[in-house]
Design a protein around this ligand. Structure first.
Ligand code: ADP
Ligand code: ZN
Length: 435
């Protein structure tokens, strides 16, 4: 029989038991960090909190936050909680929003992280009979290593492709019967587009599922990828600071991602005041890692905006769920005073029959923000008749105005003229920051 869970003892643990387990682990973890990480000890001392003040997860709010700025401050060894010679691995963030952050792992840390990824693969229907094509980048980026390790744990036949070389991805996928594809959603969309160009029907592709994450993507993009590849597409979430992908993963219900609560405690806070918000409210996601030895972050502010829900899930997992993050606080553009998330623009484009090939360009001219969206025409709709282009552009700008409340200048550009991404897509060029 197909295995439904990778570690049912944790994935379906009664909620009270999970909370008890979290409390026990937290007490130990706070002690470990206080004793071994001077940087965090100073933060606790400044706040007047001692390890004894933390008796259960109900005391979590007493601890100070850690932010990306702290990680940059403490670069490279300042948050290390184990001697370097007990560490076996280093990874680094992709540097989407500034200087890279490095994270350290003991063998125990790698093991638990790979378990988390294995849970995601099993939740997507993966078994030892699957061929798992890992097309996340290998190297410092956590995507490749995480899913690679998870795939081994499940016993899948692992194809360690790394990202890029799309021709070879397609050849191996079809020749070697890959059934599960792991990569960023933007790369999955690109592979889908490349299949179409080569006249390969989704029916002739052996894939059945995809595990896509590392960047925000919309429901509309999910539908597009599912159709282009003939698969069910699952979301996976994580960040280097908490180990990598697999902090949360989607199950068959696809109404949010289950957070691996036996390893991570999630909180939602008001990003402005730091106040903890009740379940169901939207705010910034904060993680505390309970088991990590080498790089155990307490109350790390992810800057990802989302909502938690403990609604019962039909898959049988009791782990709390997080909604798809709609972007980060620092992804959010403020254009002429209005908050704009790239995901909102993506939603409009896909609803209007465009592909997710776009770039937002913001600039400031004479103290006024300019807001341009370059959008690729699809080959089907391609026209060089000026009047038609103008009317299509106007239609898109109107739809965006309805969604955002402000008017962008839309520029339709020729198919294939916006650079494709093999990793995380670059959706925003904000020239205001360069001034
Ligand atoms: P960087 O901060 O340099 O991008 P990472 O490569 O560790 O560092 O990326 C982690 C970030 O990627 C998360 O904080 C989140 O913003 C984004 N992310 C990861 N997975 C998802 C996902 N499934 N949906 C939306 N955003 C995601
Ligand atoms: Zn579920």
């Amino acid at each position: 029989m197909e295995k439904k869970y990778y570690q049912p003892e944790f994935e379906t643990m009664p909620v009270e038991d999970i909370k008890k387990l979290q409390s026990e682990k937290l007490v130990k973890q706070v002690k470990h960090v206080y004793e071994n990480v001077e940087y965090y000890r100073n933060l606790m001392d400044e706040k007047g909190v001692k390890p004894e003040d933390i008796q259960s997860i109900d005391d979590l709010h007493k601890l100070p936050f850690l932010s990306k700025a702290d990680l940059r401050d403490a670069y490279p060894y300042g948050l290390l909680a184990k001697p370097l010679n007990e560490c076996v691995r280093i990874h680094s963030t992709s540097g989407t929003t500034g200087r890279r952050v490095v994270a350290f792992y003991t063998q125990h840390d790698v093991d638990l992280w790979e378990d988390c990824c294995a849970r995601a693969i099993v939740a997507a229907g993966g078994t030892k009979d699957d061929v798992c094509q890992v097309a996340y980048g290998y190297g410092l980026f956590t995507g490749g290593a995480g899913l690679h390790g998870g795939s081994h744990k499940v016993g899948c036949l692992t194809l360690p492709m790394s990202s890029g070389n799309t021709e070879r991805q397609i050849q191996f996928m079809t020749d070697l019967n890959a059934t599960i594809l792991c990569c960023t959603p933007s790369y999955a969309a690109y592979i889908g587009e490349s299949l179409k160009e080569r006249g390969i029907s989704p029916k002739d592709v052996p894939l059945k599922a995809g595990i896509f994450g590392a960047e925000p993507w919309t429901e509309e993009m999910r539908k597009g990828i599912e159709e282009a590849l003939g698969i069910k597409a699952y979301d996976i979430y994580g960040l280097t600071e908490t180990s990598g992908p697999g902090v949360a993963f989607e199950c068959c219900e696809q109404t949010g991602m289950h957070i691996n609560e036996d390893h991570f405690v999630a909180e939602i806070i008001d990003p402005d005041t730091g106040e903890v918000l009740p379940e169901g409210e939207k705010g910034e996601l904060v993680f505390t890692s309970l088991d990590k030895e080498a790089f155990p972050l307490l109350r790390y502010r992810t800057r990802d905006i989302c909502v938690l829900s403990r609604k019962k899930c039909s898959c049988g997992r009791t782990l709390i769920k997080m909604a798809k993050p709609m972007g980060r606080t620092d992804d959010m553009l403020i254009i002429r005073g209005v908050n704009v998330f790239p995901s909102q623009i993506e939603t409009v484009l896909l609803n209007q029959g465009y592909q997710p090939n776009y770039q937002i360009v913001v600039d400031r001219v004479n103290n006024n923000d300019t807001f341009d969206v370059n959008v690729e025409m699809t080959p089907e709709m391609f026209t060089d008749k000026m009047s038609e282009v103008l009317s299509l552009e106007r239609k898109l700008a109107d739809e965006m105005k309805i969604m955002l409340g402000i008017n962008p200048k839309v520029h339709l550009v020729a198919p294939k003229s916006i650079q494709r991404s093999e990793g995380k897509a670059v959706r925003v060029v904000d020239k205001r920051k360069l001034i």
